[in-house]
Design a protein around this ligand. Structure first.
Ligand SMILES: C[S@@+](CC[C@H](N)C(=O)[O-])C[C@H]1O[C@@H](n2cnc3c(N)ncnc32)[C@H](O)[C@@H]1O
Length: 342
């Protein structure tokens, strides 16, 4: 069978099972199957328009791209390629998300290893990375001697903290970080995050802590820098809403990464309470970035205002204009006075 035929047949099969984005999924899975078997692709035939297929990336150990599929749609798959592709399609027909089939998901331009122990990173979470980088890329920070500790709670694949550290390293600013912690209650998630940290050479930089975040945030030893940045994409799906999520999600993504009680706010409320304890005990400047559902924002604002006096709150919208991230900034009054005196 050639590329055009096999793509059509598999997209039809996926459509019959009500899988969303059938054509795209079939293409991505075919590209992966062909790339994995790339060494065995026979010498390229001539292409339409007289362009040699050898010009297209196929045997160079890099992943093939979509253009290659289009210009080579008459390419006959060999047995191994067809078997591997059919194996992928069969997994997708059982609603397994493409990211878990490929064990890969791109987030903030970086490839992350993912498996069924961790949530598949979502594009809206990239906003947290962007907002943290806005703070850290301020050139006046070093003069002000601000060397923060970054704490990523509910780290999952580690996508947030690893992307932040990768971006800082790219701009030669990684030295400004005093400490970096990644915490998760799931030991399997911690193992997956460690794989990603190793991939980006950050396994020595990030300390991984498996624990309930409330217990972890109680540890005095983590507050030994003058600024704390907490990133938190914790579970926030309401119990009832969980039942309405797609089969892909319910069957394959870890429930512990998604649900948080009747109102979906169990974890976020606990986090706000933990911050109250931190702010009573320590004098650091504390930033907290929390991802939540747009419907939950006003409730989170109210809880934060009620529990944390003198906290600055800002809501950050995603690209589609939905309220997605809440940014809290707390400065101990003595610190504020100290700055005024300077
Ligand atoms: C929504 S997922 C986010 C994963 C990752 N940060 C991301 O953005 O893709 C939430 C994560 O929080 C973890 N988690 C749930 N309850 C927790 C708790 N009480 N303490 C620490 N981590 C928790 C889950 O295991 C899961 O990995």
């Amino acid at each position: 069978m050639n590329i055009q035929q096999i793509l059509k047949i598999s997209a039809d099969k996926l459509r019959q099972k009500n899988i969303p984005s059938t054509a795209l999924d079939a293409e991505v899975l075919l590209l992966e199957a062909l790339s994995k078997c790339a060494d065995e692709i026979p010498p390229a035939p001539f292409l339409k328009g007289g362009v040699l297929a050898n010009d297209a990336p196929r045997n160079d150990n890099k992943r093939l791209d979509k253009n290659w599929l289009y210009i080579n749609n008459n390419y006959e798959l060999n047995k191994k390629e067809e078997e591997l592709f059919n194996n992928f399609i069969n997994q997708r027909l059982k609603h397994k998300p493409v990211a878990y089939i490929l064990n890969r998901k791109e987030f903030y331009g970086y490839d992350f290893y993912v498996d069924e122990n961790v949530l598949i990173p979502r594009p809206e979470t990239e906003l947290i990375v962007e907002e943290v980088l806005k703070i850290l890329n301020n050139d006046r920070r070093e003069q002000a001697c601000l060397f923060p500790t970054i704490i990523d709670i509910g780290t999952g694949s580690g996508c947030i903290i690893i992307s932040i550290l990768n971006e800082l390293a790219k701009n030669k600013k990684d030295k400004i970080i005093h400490n970096a912690y990644a915490n998760d209650i799931s030991s399997e998630a911690i193992s997956t995050a460690k794989i990603n940290a190793k991939k980006y050479n950050l396994n020595k930089k990030i300390k991984f802590i498996r624990n309930d975040f409330e217990k972890f945030l109680n540890k005095k030893s983590i507050y030994n820098s003058n600024e704390i940045i907490i990133t938190a994409n914790l579970p926030y799906v309401k119990n009832d809403a969980y039942k309405t999520l797609s089969e892909d999600i319910r069957k394959y993504e870890p429930k512990i990464a998604l649900t948080a009680g009747r109102d979906g706010l169990v974890c976020i409320e606990s986090l706000v309470k933990s911050v109250l304890k931190i702010k009573k005990k320590y004098k650091q400047k504390i930033y907290i970035f929390i991802e939540a559902d747009p419907d939950q924002m006003s409730r989170i604002m109210a809880i934060s205002r009620e529990k944390l006096a003198n906290v600055n709150l800002e809501i950050i919208k995603d690209l589609s204009g939905k309220k997605r991230i809440i940014k809290l900034l707390y400065c101990h009054p003595e610190l504020v006075e100290g700055w005024k005196a300077r």
